[in-house]
Design a protein around this ligand. Structure first.
Ligand SMILES: Nc1nc2c(ncn2[C@@H]2O[C@H](COP(=O)(O)OP(=O)(O)OP(=O)(O)O)[C@@H](O)[C@H]2O)c(=O)[nH]1
Length: 319
């Protein structure tokens, strides 16, 4: 018995033994050190008087299960991070993440309950850091580095999701494709860095204007961007596109070598998801892109919409 007690005393985990009245009959050195303030006053006292916050807790239920039904249990740190008021090594006031095992001990006709506590703070911290990194990297994998909007991969995911919602809710869904006019000559004349700044300026302006929560802006590639407009009919999307076209023109970013104007302008193609045909996302993208191509062919710095084999122009008030 003495040897058993010696072993428990010197373990690198905490041991606390309760009798059937929930009186603390044993604590080892490790636990006493980790208790800091409470040490050494708990031995011989009621567990619930020492730790009143644990009444009716998961740990309390596990202790009752152990004493009354001889059932062992584990309390994982995921659900119960700091059940006992224990602190990490030395005089640190950092609470300790705990993995707790509760086991019944039957000695002659007496039942005891042994609570074994392991310090898993390092493991939990490492997991938190890994989770944060995973979140960060998955965010990076879905975001365009230059403009900070969703990239094409994220756009594909978002579009499929929005088509699903539009189909479920019976609401229209429109898609805008836009492209900076004569951007190659802009880069060639003013340099690639100025081109980058121009892209950022255009995207920031669009982002500010799109105030509806559900609208989603993404970079499709190069100087081509797209906007998903949930719950928006084709005409309303074409009119929104026209207001965006005017907005970019009014930024008045000088463009010394554009075919369309003396400043930076955009051409825009718009298409609305065809519910009747249960249109695929790739077909919707193709139609928005064809509308954009038509806007370029018609002279740039303009909006063209496509719906059920019809080409759509902005409403007269918008033009
Ligand atoms: N600065 C900069 N340029 C880019 C970036 N991505 C693509 N480009 C350039 O954007 C230009 C896109 O040109 P295009 O869209 O093919 O043609 P365009 O001159 O804009 O002509 P239109 O679209 O017909 O008006 C290319 O010269 C690309 O090199 C980028 O991240 N930064």
């Amino acid at each position: 018995m003495q040897l058993f007690e010696k072993v428990l005393q010197n373990l690198h985990s905490g041991i606390l033994i309760l009798d059937s009245n929930l009186t603390i009959s044993f604590t080892n050195h490790w636990l006493e050190a980790a208790l800091q303030d409470k040490n050494p006053a708990i031995k011989g006292y009621s567990f619930l008087d020492c730790f009143p916050h644990l009444k009716d807790s998961r740990l309390h239920a596990a202790i009752n299960d152990s004493l009354k039904n001889n059932l062992p249990s584990f309390l994982s740190p995921g659900l119960n991070r700091y059940p006992l008021p224990l602190y990490q090594g030395g005089n640190s006031r950092k609470p300790m993440d705990q993995l707790i095992r509760v086991s019944p001990i039957i000695n002659a006709d007496q039942t005891y309950c042994m609570i074994e506590v392991s310090d898993v703070s390092t493991m939990v911290q490492r997991e938190l850091v890994l989770n944060a990194m995973t979140k960060k990297f998955s965010g990076l994998a879905l975001t365009d580095e230059l403009t900070n909007v969703a990239n094409r991969r994220q756009f594909n995911i978002m579009l499929d999701q929005e088509i699903h919602y539009a189909s479920r809710d019976g609401k229209p869904l429109s898609l805008i494709f836009l492209d900076i006019d004569s951007f190659k000559p802009y880069n060639d004349t003013l340099g690639h860095q100025s081109g980058d700044l121009c892209l950022i300026q255009v995207i920031n302006a669009l982002r500010k204007r799109l105030r509806r929560g559900g609208d989603q802006l993404a970079r499709y590639g190069g100087d081509e961007f797209c906007i998903i407009l949930p719950n928006t009919s084709i005409q309303s999307a074409v009119d929104t596109a026209e207001s965006l076209r005017i907005l970019i023109q009014e930024l008045a970013i000088p463009h010394p070598d554009s075919d369309a104007a003396e400043c930076v302008t955009i051409s825009i193609g718009v298409a609305c998801w065809n519910r009747a045909n249960v249109e695929s996302s790739s077909s919707l993208v193709l139609r928005a892109d064809s509308a954009l191509y038509r806007a370029k062919q018609a002279g740039r710095n303009r909006v063209v919409g496509h719906d059920s084999d019809k080409w759509i122009k902005p409403s007269p008030a918008q033009e």
